[in-house]
Design a protein around this ligand. Structure first.
Ligand code: FES
Length: 212
């Protein structure tokens, strides 16, 4: 007898904060939580672009049998019988740690300060290098420019602590079509003050294809 063919539309049964939930194949833990109106905070995630797990704010604790760990919910799919906890002490500790780092990275961002305060974080132990910084380098703007608009006018220059939003080769370029998608998806509003750096002096352009 041929082995039973597994149906691709089998639902995955698991629990979030003790509540039984069902995920469709391909859904992440975050997507499933959203279907059930269970709030998990996010920053780098945006439904228009592929998740990349940059900020780690969406971490949840997952327990499977005797094993347990903390993982980003925007990247990971659930397994049957998984127990997911969105606000366990372990999760809250990681989120507070992430928020402290973000307070140091973008201390001028009201959105980050408000979010940090929700978690009881009002100061950071990390070094603040630029008190005026609002950009948290979440990558939403880069991703939407690449994946949705398809023009690659934005990139990240340098790596690690020196990672900065930039343009390819650090020069404004004709690739930017001034569509404003990067401004729309920016969670802190930082992109609205950087748009001119990307598109340069529009009146001196020789290229074509920007929206006006
Ligand atoms: S929202 Fe999941 S890692 Fe940023």
């Amino acid at each position: 007898m041929s082995p039973k063919k597994k149906k691709t539309d089998d639902l995955i049964n698991f629990t979030i904060d003790g509540q039984p939930v069902q995920a469709r194949p391909g859904w992440t833990i975050l997507e499933t939580a959203e279907q059930y109106h269970i709030h998990i905070p996010t920053l780098c995630f945006h439904p228009a672009v592929k998740p990349w797990g940059g900020c780690r704010l969406c971490v949840v604790e997952v327990r499977y049998g005797k094993r347990g760990k903390v993982m980003p919910s925007c990247l990971n799919p659930p397994l049957a019988k998984l127990e997911v906890f969105t606000h366990s002490e372990r999760v809250l500790n990681v989120r507070r740690w992430v928020l402290e780092m973000l307070l140091a990275d973008c201390p001028a961002s009201k959105e980050i300060r408000d979010l940090a305060r929700e978690y009881g974080v009002t100061a950071t132990r990390f070094t603040i290098t630029d008190p005026e910084e609002e950009c948290l380098r979440c990558g939403r703007c880069v991703a939407v420019c690449n994946e949705v608009v398809g023009v690659q006018a934005l990139t990240f220059g340098s790596r690690g602590v020196n990672k900065q939003l930039d343009t390819p080769y650090r020069v404004p370029n004709n690739a930017c079509v001034a569509c404003g998608c990067c401004v729309t998806v920016c969670p802190t509003g930082a992109m609205s003050t950087r748009l001119d750096l990307v598109r340069g002096d529009v009146s001196r352009r020789t290229g074509h294809g920007f929206a006006h």
